[in-house]
Design a protein around this ligand. Sequence first.
Ligand code: CTP
Length: 400
Amino acid sequence: MPNPLENRQIALGVTGSIACFKSVDLASKLTQQRALVDVIMTRGALKFLTPLTFSSITHRDVVTDIFAPSSELSMDHVALAQRADVVLIAPATANAIAKLAHGLADDALTTTVLATTAPVIVAPAMDAHMFDNPATQENVRKLESRGIVVAGPAEGRLASGLTGKGRMLEPAELIAHLRMVLGRHGDLEGRKVVVSAGGTQEPIDPVRVITNRSSGKMGFAVAEAARDRGATALVVSAPTALPDPVGVHVVHVETALQMRDAVVHACADADALVMAAAVADWRPVSQATSKVKKGASESWSVELTKNPDILAAINHERLVKVGFAAESEELLANARSKLIGKGLDLIAANDITASDGGFASDDNRVLLLDKAGAVEELPLMSKYEVGNRILDRVVALLTR
Ligand code: CTP
């Protein structure tokens, strides 16, 4: 699975909001990811920025006027509408949203949206009262009812000084929307993939927990990769420092028992389960209801009892089961015995003593072991890419 944005034609509509400064960064990030970005600026956007701002980044003509004779693109906005794989309007003002809701075509951007058959994403940016206004709300609902994806807005401090809902999403979130929309008809379309992530926390008392070093990055990356291939992705996540991924349903849990219940529930209608979570093997037998004081004693023993093995307990016939094995010794032998013991289709084994992958890293180096005994040794790669390699195998198993 190559970079999902590579060589994709993105028509980026920029309208007249101060948030258009963030779109410069967005255009830059998209271009760095080798997308082909055609920027269309409205008259309002031209009050804030010039076409040169974007063309210097995208190295492509910027469209500002349907009637301007100078540019190859502006001659034929229909060609631009047709060649776009996706149209993203970021920022979208209340006025732009109103025009789209009513099907107006009085400038290059609105004309492109009317003329395209590509998916359209709209990222609103405006003052909170303008967004909350019933007129805008009705327009937003109209766009959604036509299949347009409305991304955001987020809550936060607004240019007006007010705090509320109206901030344009950040470039990384908009890129996630683009990946999701571009991957809608991928090889996991119509499939549900459940992923667990993070390290469970087992409370000792109201202030102390037993946990581990899992960052949740691996599980989130698998879920994002599944989303970008058209799956309905659901993450059961133990506490992490990560924001919820865009377009992924996240069920937040803390303990292994909560994770088991959520995973069992989510798997009832799932096609695949990828257990990337580091589930605590043990939990305190009892949990103190108030903070345990240090007192005069020099030691403290906490009695532990075994947690259930979630992967081993789930046995739906159709469900593809993938596990992880983080090992510090005997990598292959330990991974193989987990693969068999837990009835898995595939296990991703990684050596946690290696310096280049591991818990907090964005990269990972894994071996993939399957039921037939085959071992695939993958080089160091991003966790997203590892996720895709695992999903390649999941797709093959699902289409057997
Ligand atoms: N796992 C699980 N439920 C548990 C423990 C682990 O579902 N109670 C899953 C993990 O999410 C992972 C796989 O089983 O996908 C292997 O987890 P790991 O911690 O490596 O193995 P354990 O079975 O806990 O064995 P050990 O601690 O002895 O290495």
